[in-house]
Design a protein. Structure first.
Length: 428
């Protein structure tokens, strides 16, 4: 393949370098386009064809259903690694040795206390507040307690900011749930592993201890790994673009949480469960909802189906479907919602509308079923997604800052009024 792409505009030819990624992906480097052509830009709403950065963190091939973190396949990581190992891998680029992992774990634990004044902020929220709004606000509020900006050229400062947020975020997640459930805000137990501690902080009753269920610990560990990064998705791009103004790590993460909240992104896991519940309440007629999803005059979409980049299958959905089956079988739960979900998936996979548009169940189609079996309220599902995505956001923010990327500032094609003279109010 040529190493240059040629563009012809009004008879004038312009050449742009073609660059290749390590997985033979091809990109046209258009950095000089506007300057050399006297103002021509590319237009790509939704950025379906636009690479915003070069990144060495996550590789995915949507056509082949491949997802790898730092070169390791998601299937192998979900099977063999712990969430904390994956966190280290994403952020620092290599799987940790036992010694590195133990140090990382104890460094995180050393920062696990959250300033008591955060409780006052949480207290001011109504119980009805959506947990994603609460989590985003609390994450942002952390900046008030740690106001100094991170000197990103100092590895030590960067490391400290990273372990600090990794330590405090699960506390915020747990407190968000406890506030919703009207339970006292408590701490976990630093003797426990990262995921066990999270579960304990979420569910410990004020009058008793919390007994760990290894099936749930395993399932949650896996879910967090599956959600840990997904290259330049909506929330991650938001974190990178917010951080590109040199806004701090915690507020950049808070913007990512807000972006994740929407039902077309992380909020889909809540929307899926609500949809399945609605179908059940309506008599369980999946065909009726299939017809609604296909009707162009009906805004209804089959939540949990389709993906911007996976156009054959979402590898995470395969892993999670198996995990959902195992968790429900191990816990002896028979969930009619799961039957509806399976029915919908089967019908959609055979329906020409879905087949032609390459709409397959995505990761969020099944994650809610596991969260529900764990006793996590539906409104908390997207918070659990945020907990999983935290290391990805951190890794991407760190990469963007250490590569010293320029501020993110897209262009636009203006389609408004051309110049007009101001009319005084009495003449309008
Ligand atoms: N149900 C019914 N039709 C759908 C669905 C769906 N879930 N998803 C896409 N379509 C149709 C569209 O109507 C469109 O049809 P048309 O070509 O006849 O106009 C076609 O499929 C292409 O859809 P787009 O919206 O252009 O695809 P895009 O890549 O922009 O959107 C998205 C991907 C947002 C995920 C979409 O499939 C969707 O809304 N899915 C439901 C929400 C969801 O599950 N989101 C979670 C994503 S995974 C994540 O964030 C972790």
């Amino acid at each position: 393949m040529s190493d240059k792409a040629t563009l012809e505009i009004n008879g004038e030819k312009y050449e742009f370098p073609i660059i290749n990624g390590t997985e033979n992906e091809v990109a046209i480097d258009i950095k000089s386009l506007r300057g050399s052509t006297g103002g021509v830009i590319t237009l790509d709403p939704g950025y379906k064809n636009t690479g915003s950065c070069e990144s060495a963190i996550t590789f995915l091939d949507g056509e082949k259903g491949i997802l790898r973190y730092r070169g390791y396949s998601i299937e192998e990581l979900a099977e063999k690694a712990s969430f904390l190992e994956v966190v280290f891998l994403l952020i620092f680029g290599e799987l940790p040795t036992q010694e590195q992992l133990s140090k990382f774990d104890s460094d995180i634990k050393a920062h696990s206390v959250v300033d008591d004044d955060i409780k006052k902020i949480l207290d001011a929220f109504p119980k009805s507040a959506h947990p994603m709004g609460v989590l985003s606000s609390l994450t942002s509020a952390l900046t008030a307690f740690y106001p100094s900006t991170v000197d990103v050229s100092s590895e030590e400062e960067m490391y400290k900011a990273i372990v600090r947020i990794l330590a405090k975020f699960p506390v915020l997640v747990a407190w968000t749930l406890r506030k919703k459930n009207g339970l006292p805000l408590d701490y976990g137990d630093n003797k426990l592993g990262y995921v066990e501690n999270l579960l304990k902080m979420m569910f410990k009753s004020p009058s008793g201890d919390y007994e760990q269920n290894p099936i749930l610990v395993n399932a949650l560990d896996k879910l967090l790994i599956l959600h840990a990064d997904h290259e330049q998705n909506c929330s991650t791009s938001t974190v990178r673009i917010a951080g590109s103004s040199h806004a701090g790590l915690f507020v950049s993460l808070a913007s990512g949480i807000s972006a994740l909240w929407g039902p077309l992104h992380g909020g889909a896991n809540q929307a899926v469960l609500e949809m399945l519940e609605a179908i059940r309440a309506d008599g369980g007629d999946t065909k009726k909802y299939m017809a609604k999803a296909k009707d162009k005059n009906d805004p209804f979409r089959l939540m949990g189906f389709g993906h911007r980049v996976y156009k054959n299958f979402d590898p995470r959905a395969l892993i999670i479907k198996k995990a959902a089956d195992e968790v429900l079988a191990d816990l002896g739960i028979e969930d009619p919602i799961l039957d509806i979900a399976k029915g919908l998936a089967k019908e959609a996979l055979e329906d020409p509308y879905f087949v032609e548009r390459k709409l397959y169940p995505n990761v969020d189609f099944y994650s809610g079923i596991i969260y529900r079996a764990m006793g996590i309220p539906v409104e908390m599902f997207t918070v659990m997604f945020a907990m999983g995505r935290l290391p990805g956001w951190i890794a991407q923010w760190k990469e963007m800052r250490t590569r010293n990327e320029p501020i993110g500032r897209p262009r636009q094609l203006y389609i408004g009024e051309t110049h007009r003279d101001f009319k005084s109010i009495e003449k309008r």
